[in-house]
Ligand binder design. Sequence first.
Ligand SMILES: [Zn+2]
Length: 646
Amino acid sequence: MTTYITTPIYYVNAQPHLGHAYTTIVADTYSRFKRLCGENVRFQTGTDEHGDKIVEAAEREDVPPEKYVDRISRMFRDTWPLLEIAPDNFIRTTDPDHIATVRDILQKVHDNGDIYFDEYTGLYCRGCERFLTDKELVEGNCPDHQVPPKEIAEQNYFFRMSNYQQQLIDHIRENPDFITPERYRNEVLSFLSEPLEDLCISRPKSRLKWGIELPFDDKFVTYVWFDALINYLTGLGYPEGQDYATFWPVAEHVVAKDILKPHAIYWPTMLMSMGVPLYKKLHVHGYWNVDDTKMSKSIGNVVRPGLLVEEYGLDTLRYFVLREMSFGLDSSFSSDAIVGRQNADLANDLGNLYSRTMAMVQKYRGGKIPAPADYEKQDEVFRQAVGLMIPVYREAMSDFRFHQALQAVWDLVGMANKFIVVSEPWTLAKDPTKEGRLDTVLYSLLECLRIVALVLQPVMPTAAGRMTAGLGLDKKSDVTRLLEPGANWGGLAPGSVLQPVESLFPRLEGRKKTKGRKGKVAGKVKKAKEVPESDEGLIPFDAFTKLDLRVAEIVAVKPVKKSEKLLALTVKVPEERTIVAGIAEYYQPAELIGRQVIVVANLKPAKLMGVTSQGMILVAREQVDGKERLVLSTVSDAVAAGSKIS
Ligand SMILES: [Zn+2]
């Protein structure tokens, strides 16, 4: 099986931004997914460098266009590695082989009689670089640029797009997957229900010199779309070469909806005229609305992909855009949304599952992967859930429903966290007759993590790589079998040793909240530790009775970002609440679950490192060789959570 996936080549009149990043992350993720499935994949991106907007931009910088396009194209090329995007080919429309291919194709289409010379008077939008029809105008303005187009008359070359209108309609009707999602297919069919006008494909050199000269008239350069779209063929060495033969029949293009028409109408009709088979699929996505005020203030900077990576982290950015956007629809990008996803999905759900499991295998099995014994019913149900996730994931990824693929993975992560709670490994560990069951539970959790790490490789290559490394796996060797049916359980060899890994996903703070963080926290932590005192150092009895001390049961534990000492504990008193405690140096999160502790339940809430603590857990402070050791308080026998202490 083979896959050829492309992004549009990006127009270098602007620097890379979030929209470019999204399209390219999608193409990269898809290419990695297809490789995971064992396919032969080619992934191409690049830059589109001709046209009058480029000349204008270069003039503004007072440099020749050649210099200007080199600089901006370099920016795109240098941005992709920051996002762990790894195209196989980066094409520029100023590359000599591209120029030669465009000229060959123009000559061919001209020889076919599909290009003619005519005088044209029309309404020209400089922003769109094309003539607009009356129908397209909104209150006299270009709908995309909100300016009135200029009426100009000039002689130009035209491509007989109208010759291929019916053929294109037939093709779209016969191939329901040709343009997806369906809404864009319908949009194109609706547009094609009106007579198609021919496409102006040239500019007189008197008006524009920065372009590819027409092979049949050196007083003209070609129109930017006839130049740009051909990149998809040039990159494969069209018309000769093995890559063209191998990859063109499976070509899939990813575009944003603003360039639907050129890709869904101009490009297929051009291919028809050339006698080249049409691409296989066009995947069309919506826009990101950056409506967060914090971001809008500095919109020019913050949506720069490199800065987004600095601010939120590479894995988080890739995960967020794929999880948040339903492919095809518009979506909102805000700092709160990305921080929310990071903390809830990555740090809490997946990060905790990973660290708890690794910690338990460390504690109960010395870091060695145990051999599973018999699978009890609970274990079998869990193992089946892991197996069921894979085809759901695979189908959704193949269909560009990335958010649903990730939803399926996270449903499994949630199930795994529940599996820990119900199988209670810490209880099994206390019972010598349950050794085998404990082995099975731990092995099942590790297998789940292995499979989650592998399916997350296309989305978060770095984090997934760290997960597999922690499991002691060579990530390459284990990938190819993954998606074969029935071959997805038992990849971990019992007896092999886990490798230490740092916290996978640190918690993020909203940016507002990070201000003055350090001083505040130090003060609050100290305050919380002090016992209230009267002048004499003694307190009256009614001062003591004001304390609401209760037995609480710890039900969940999360690390607190950028803090080595704090853990955020979810406790039942009996309702659930969060209490932040400075015990991370003394306890592993996994060994805290299920414990009963004594808490001050009526303490005023305090924010510690961005997490609101609703109470305080009582600990004993022991001095050992001048160092303090904290030990959790508890009751001598299990009691109902919420029982009062007096
Ligand atoms: Zn316009």
